[in-house]
Design a protein around this ligand. Structure first.
Ligand code: AMP
Length: 419
């Protein structure tokens, strides 16, 4: 019986693996330049963590979690996002007592039982950053700058749009929600079932509804951005000015409220200009640490979909260089069994010097070995047969030029030609 890959998962290999490696290297480089610490948290956590943080009324918790009982009868969930796990780690490890602000980055797989669409998987990865301990808008700006640096570095910045909004603090949001409910109330019975539940449990989320009839009713609804308190308004103005100072273009989109319960004040999203694809988003979540049992700690962060970045890099041909540069420096083609001990020292040393070296490990004809060297894009082939061993030589073939010469078999002689 053939066993297939699970729906919504993929095998990343060859060219795609090179693109992922490229992306991860760039992320590491940018995170380093912003002095952010890497954090790796477990792939599974207690279900309670997500129910409490992400929120009972979200699609993620309601419909999409991979939840199961382990053999000890604990309810376990494969992480559907990573912020909650990082906050759990922050509290559990006593990071609250470390000098703040404390900054973390991660790249990790997450799991959501979702309907398949382009760029939507059940196992996917996100690159994220979380900053704890600063309530200043400068921290929000820092997260946007960091993601902007990455997008610039990989050539995607001009393909993306940054949309920002402020959803206010607890106080101004509470007042606004009353206003929103008042506006919606006369039309509530014409809205979808989900919005009726949201009306009671999380009214802000009604603004996210995709149903036409709800969208229509909400078209002229009061917007949170127009109902901020003085402090939130000032914060948002400061944030916009700082983005201007850094030369980062943005659009204010009053409709962004973000899908998760724990955001406040700044929220933002990156979308692809041409493909209408959400690439990532983030914002401030000052209440979450306390909500999960820690001390009241301001925090801000973002998550960006790695799979979508890979998709965009391919779509815009920004990775041809990476793929084309995937060659082998030298292939050692051995025609005599004694050739292996003859060449072993040289091969080891060339590898230690950082060259990409392939050793012939198959019993095949000379012709098919050469064909293989061509397929793996080897720049040179070092041929070792009985005669070469007898004379202390090798035949070095330059695959690009189609030339070859007999040379003394030594590292120096080989490297001299390869450089
Ligand atoms: P979210 O955590 O839902 O705010 O998503 C943040 C980003 O993660 C999105 O903008 C996507 O780039 C990516 N993402 C979310 N869900 C998926 C998925 N099912 N498959 C692939 N990428 C996803």
């Amino acid at each position: 019986m053939k066993i297939s890959r699970q729906k919504g998962t993929k095998d990343i290999v060859f060219e795609d693996a090179l693109i992922w490696e490229y992306l991860e290297k760039k992320i590491r480089k940018i995170a380093y330049s912003y002095n952010v610490n890497e954090i790796r948290t477990p792939v599974f956590e207690a279900t309670e963590l997500y129910a409490r943080s992400v929120g009972d009324e979200t699609d993620i918790v309601n419909k999409e979690m991979y939840t199961f009982k382990d053999k000890g009868d604990r309810s376990i969930t494969l992480r559907p996002e990573l912020t909650a796990g990082v906050v759990r780690a922050y509290i559990e490890n006593g990071f609250e007592s470390l000098p703040s602000p404390l900054k973390f980055w991660y790249v990790g797989n997450m799991y959501r039982y979702e309907k398949m669409q382009k760029g939507r998987y059940r196992e996917f990865a996100q690159f994220g950053v979380e900053i704890f301990g600063s309530s200043s808008y400068h921290a929000d700006v820092e997260t946007i700058c960091l993601s902007h640096s990455l997008f610039k570095e990989i050539g995607l910045w001009d393909k993306l749009q940054l949309n920002i909004n402020s959803i206010g603090c607890k106080e101004c949001r509470a007042k606004y929600i009353e206003k929103l409910k008042e506006y919606v109330k006369p039309n509530l019975e014409n809205m979808c079932q989900t919005c009726n539940v949201r009306y009671e449990k999380n009214p802000l989320r009604m603004l996210d509804c995709k149903e036409e009839r709800c969208k229509e009713i909400l078209q002229n609804a009061p917007m949170i951005t127009d109902n901020l308190c003085d402090e939130c308004k000032k914060d948002f103005e400061n944030l916009k000015k700082a983005l201007d100072d850094f030369g980062i273009d943005y659009v204010v989109d009053k409709k962004i409220v973000r899908g998760l319960d724990y955001y406040n004040k700044t929220v933002y999203e990156y979308t692809s200009k041409d493909l209408g694809l959400a690439v990532g988003g983030g914002g401030r979540y000052d209440g979450l640490v306390e909500m999960l049992g820690g001390k009241s700690t301001p925090a801000v962060g973002f998550g960006i979909g790695m799979d979508r970045l890979v998709l965009l890099l391919k779509e815009y041909n920004l990775v041809e260089d990476i793929i084309n540069k995937n060659y082998v420096d030298v292939y050692f083609l051995i025609l005599d069994e004694n050739g292996y001990s003859y060449a072993s020292d040289v091969i080891t040393k060339i590898r230690e010097l950082g060259y990409k070296v392939e050793l012939d490990i198959q019993d095949k004809s000379f012709k098919s070995k050469l064909r293989y060297a061509d397929k793996i894009k080897s720049k040179y082939v070092c041929i070792i047969g009985e005669n070469e061993i007898k004379c202390g030589k090798c035949t070095l073939k330059n695959m690009n030029e189609g030339t070859q010469e007999d040379i003394n078999f030594s590292i120096d002689e080989i490297l001299k030609r390869m450089e």
